[in-house]
Design a protein around this ligand. Structure first.
Ligand code: UD1
Ligand code: CA
Length: 445
């Protein structure tokens, strides 16, 4: 089975510089979702018909074949362009689908394939009352499908037909090729409609099977940004429901924004207004949110993240973050680390049990086990030209409002006094204070 995916349309109604099928919902382009459903249906040979300006964007879809439709002359023309680029196969079958239906599922494709049997063509239809008003109407004579009429060519009576064309077709390849060669564009839009194939085949006494599909949302065609938003809402509910089935508590799926390809462990609880994306993984028994954003984050077990942003970073087990922390730039928080209110971490590594509880910027730094970073501590990592690193030893105590001027090393069990401006390395067990910081007298035994 080969599949032709029609993706070259102008998408005029999106009013966008970006090609329509590259518009995203839940973090992936519309086209990505359709291709995923085709793969789930085990269709391996996939040909995407794209417009010339999509050439670059198609590089992200490296495992599909791309055929360029130079001019967008209609869905029938697009299908012909695709088939002309492929060697003909006698007795082959081909599935043709619109690419602007991101909610489509593998089951719908499989049902259409099954419905073809040995006939000329099968197509998926939805009966949805007045909904989906822009869809082509399925005209039957008795039970027999006779033709599809597009809205702009329909009579008022035809417009009342409730059975509509979903935009998914399976056909005998030879018969499809022959019929495509005979398509005309004598219609309201002067386009070569793929849907006219139905009438051509039916007039040639070929059998056409319509497979009615019940949930109309599954075949929602996204032509404008309103439909895109509806599709996103529904896709997000699907993603949330899948994780809930797998043991994740989602307090409010409506305000929990997920992407595909996430891993979330059981008994993790996600509070409202939280978005999780870019291949993040979360362990078991975590508390995430409310008001939290995770992107490319790897989180261990029993970790709590409240009202915070975690980007491109890794957190271990039993870590506590927030409220109002910003962790980014490949930071690593080992087990039992605590990051508190208004703390920003960038490319920082905090070893087991280290703490930075309040109001800090820690960038390009390595913090030892059980070290405690006092409120208001800043790593001054930028000298105006270059970034420098700060290293802080195990159990070190950094006093409130310390400015640590990098490059800098502070030893194990060292201490800096409140308000210190530390410009020189501090040895193990050494205590410094002042601006610039100077060693304090040794504690009398
Ligand atoms: C199409 C169907 C309509 C159906 C509806 C379902 C036709 C003529 N009409 O209408 O019966 O109810 O889908 O959603 O097919 N495309 C190309 N090249 C082109 C034109 C379009 O690749 O020259 C692609 C588009 O990118 C899109 C798909 O074909 O993915 C459908 O085109 P679109 O213009 O959205 O058709 P509709 O008017 O929605
Ligand atoms: Ca459409």
């Amino acid at each position: 089975m080969r599949a032709v995916v029609l993706a070259a349309g102008k998408g005029t109604r999106m009013k966008s510089a970006r090609p329509k099928v590259f518009h995203e919902l839940c973090g992936r382009p519309m086209l990505w979702w359709v291709l995923r459903a085709l793969r789930e249906a085990r269709i391996e040979e996939i040909i995407v018909v794209a417009a010339p300006e999509m050439r670059e964007g198609m590089e992200a879809f490296s495992d599909t074949q791309v055929v360029i439709q130079q001019e967008q002359l209609g869905t029938g023309h697009a299908t012909r362009v695709a088939l002309e680029a492929l060697p003909p196969r006698s007795r082959g079958k081909v599935l043709v689908t619109n690419a602007d239906m991101p909610l489509v599922t593998a089951d719908i494709f499989l049902a259409a394939i099954e419905a073809l049997g040995n006939d000329a063509m099968s197509l998926v239809t939805v009966s949805c009352g007045p909904a989906l008003p822009s869809f082509g109407r399925v005209v039957r004579k008795g039970a027999r499908v006779e033709r599809i009429v597009e809205v702009r060519d329909a009579t008022p009576d035809e417009l009342n037909i409730e059975e509509k064309n979903a935009g998914i077709y399976v056909a005998d390849e030879t018969k499809l090729r022959t019929a495509l060669a005979r398509l005309k564009n004598d219609n309201a839009q002067h386009e070569y409609y793929l849907t006219d194939i139905v009438e051509l085949l039916s007039k040639a006494d070929e059998r056409i099977n319509a497979t009615p599909h019940a949930p109309m949302l599954d075949v929602l065609g996204v032509n404008d940004r309103i439909a895109l938003a509806h599709a996103r809402t529904w896709m997000n509910i699907r993603l949330c429901e899948q994780h809930m089935r797998d043991g994740v508590t989602i307090i409010d799926p409506v305000t929990t924004y997920l992407e595909p390809e996430l891993e979330i462990g059981c008994d993790t609880v996600i509070y409202p207004n939280t978005s999780i994306g870019r291949l993040s993984t979360i362990g078991e028994g975590c508390t995430i949110g409310p008001n939290t954003r995770l992107s490319n984050a790897r989180i261990g077990n029993r970790t709590e993240i409240r009202e915070s942003v975690i980007l491109d970073s890794r957190l271990g087990d039993d870590v506590h973050v927030g409220p109002f922390a910003h962790v980014r730039g490949e930071s690593v928080l080992e087990n039992e680390v605590r990051i508190g209110n208004f703390v920003e971490l960038k490319n920082a590594r905090l070893a087991k049990g280290a703490k930075a509880a309040h109001l800090s910027y820690i960038g390009d730094a390595e913090i030892g086990e059980e070290a405690n970073i006092g409120a208001g501590t800043i790593t001054c990592n930028f000298d105006g030209k270059r970034k420098h690193r700060t290293k802080i030893g195990k159990r070190a105590l950094i006093g409130s409002n310390s400015s640590l001027v990098a490059p800098l090393e502070i030893g194990d069990d060292a201490l800096t006094g409140a308000g210190s401006v530390v410009t020189k390395n501090v040895g193990d067990g050494e205590r410094v204070a002042g601006n610039p910081a100077r060693p304090l007298p040794k504690k009398s035994p």
